[in-house]
Design a protein around this ligand. Structure first.
Ligand code: HEM
Length: 394
């Protein structure tokens, strides 16, 4: 009950109307056409087929998120690209996003986690939202291969995340206003300012900036992709980690996990299934077509409700129950990371980041209690604005 109550508050604070529609869509059926919003897809198999047929269901088109992204970030942000151009760019950076590279990045920032855990083990209160923003921001600088300004590392890391959050809140189902566009573009410029000088120098070969330089991209061409990685890399895990820790605390499973660390991979999967950090994504139907017997008209906006796919009762028994001992159905294929050519590019980093944080926390303290929490209003990704935790003995 407690788990569902707090998760509902987090989702309602972010998207009161769409969250309500998404809950209703689970009852209505796998495919539900809602005038003014689009065709809501709640069935996991159906969604996977749509996401994999990317030549027929595109990112760009009338009413897509990609259009807003292009206005705010620029044309080559990966997530707003389609077809061969998208595949080529994904392939060109694939070796920077392997599990081994994720381990290197995390090793470079291992002190951040150690410091947070030592504060917890000393009995101090830790705001996990603040911690994960700083940590993910620093990881974003590492991934890009550009150092934050000396002496202002933490401040700069927090700032690129804060600006990313504000830019992301512009992306939604309605067209952004002129004012929102102006703010988003100014935010993008502020983020870009952290990377501009660094990009003038040769960046490490195994970094995103280094790769974009090798591919011959000017800074103005590369910046959409760089900012996309900052946004996607910081907002997702930034939303996920505090929510998962809150779930563990609210359900009484933190102590269970601390007593049995072998459950970390399962707890991470279950946590991500339950919170589904990116609750939905959009595709546009190119031509009249059919998916699993459902007719879809050209130019329709498809709203793939990732949050519902992860609770598809055909794949998960009692899907609204949070259970860290749940064995996940392999057919679900971690649908919270998407599917097909646009499947999350940062999956390896995200998985390892969450494993690293959870295992460090359970090694440091046997249990935590939530001292204070506040949900984030109007965020693109449902999240806590603050989640302050403290160690308890059992
Ligand atoms: C738990 C954390 C994460 C979740 C649940 C998640 C989820 C997703 C999903 C569902 C998509 C596909 C969206 C679509 O098909 O429209 C996606 C795409 C993407 N993600 Fe993640 N993500 C996470 C972490 C990360 C991290 C840490 C990074 C960067 C280091 C990242 C970078 C990206 C990028 C660049 C894309 C666009 C890929 C493309 O369009 O080809 N993500 N993510």
């Amino acid at each position: 009950m407690r788990v569902q109550f707090h998760e509902t508050l987090v989702n309602l604070a972010a998207h009161p109307l769409v969250w309500g529609m998404a809950r209703l869509a689970r009852r209505v059926g796998p495919v539900w056409k809602v005038p003014g919003l689009g065709v809501l897809i709640s069935d996991a198999e159906c969604a996977r087929e749509i996401l994999r047929r990317d030549d027929e269901f595109t990112k760009n088109g009338p009413g897509s998120f990609a259009q807003g992204m292009t206005v705010g970030l620029g044309p080559m942000a990966l997530s707003n690209m389609d077809g061969a151009e998208h595949r080529q760019l994904r392939a060109a950076i694939a070796d920077l996003l392997t599990p081994a590279r994720a381990d290197v990045l995390l090793d470079n920032r291992a002190d951040d986690v150690a410091l947070m855990c030592s504060r917890l083990s000393r009995g101090e209160c830790v705001d996990l939202v603040h911690f994960v923003r700083g940590w993910s921001g620093r990881l974003a600088f590492e991934l890009l291969g550009i150092a934050p300004p000396v002496g202002r590392e933490e401040e700069a890391s927090q700032e690129i995340v804060r600006l990313s959050e504000r830019m992301a809140s512009m992306l939604g189902f309605s067209r952004p206003s002129k004012r929102q566009i102006r703010i988003a573009q100014a935010d993008r410029e502020q983020i870009a300012a952290y990377f501009r000088d660094g990009y003038e120098q040769p960046a490490p070969a195994m970094s995103l900036s280094g790769r974009m330089q090798t591919l011959g991209f000017t800074f103005e061409q590369a910046i959409s992709l760089l900012v996309m990685f900052v946004m996607a890399g910081t907002l997702t895990t930034g939303a996920a980690l505090p929510r998962i820790v809150a779930l563990l605390a609210d359900s009484g499973s933190f102590g269970q996990l601390a007593a049995n660390p072998a459950l970390i991979p399962q707890a991470t999967d279950e946590g991500l299934r339950y919170v589904t950090p990116l609750p939905g994504t959009v595709r546009v139907v190119k031509h009249d077509t059919e998916v699993q017997g459902h007719k879809l008209a050209a130019d329709s906006r498809l709203v793939i409700l990732t949050c519902n796919l992860a609770r598809d009762a055909k794949l998960f028994t009692d899907p609204d129950r949070f259970d860290i001992t749940r064995s996940h159905n392999p057919r679900a294929k971690r649908s919270w990371y998407g599917a097909g050519p646009h499947r999350c590019a940062g999956l390896n980093l995200a998985q390892r980041q969450l494993h690293a944080a959870l295992s460090a926390m359970i090694s440091a303290v046997p249990n935590v209690r939530i001292v204070k929490r506040r949900v984030a209003f109007g965020a693109l990704l449902p999240a806590y604005a603050h989640l302050v935790v403290q160690a308890v003995d059992r």
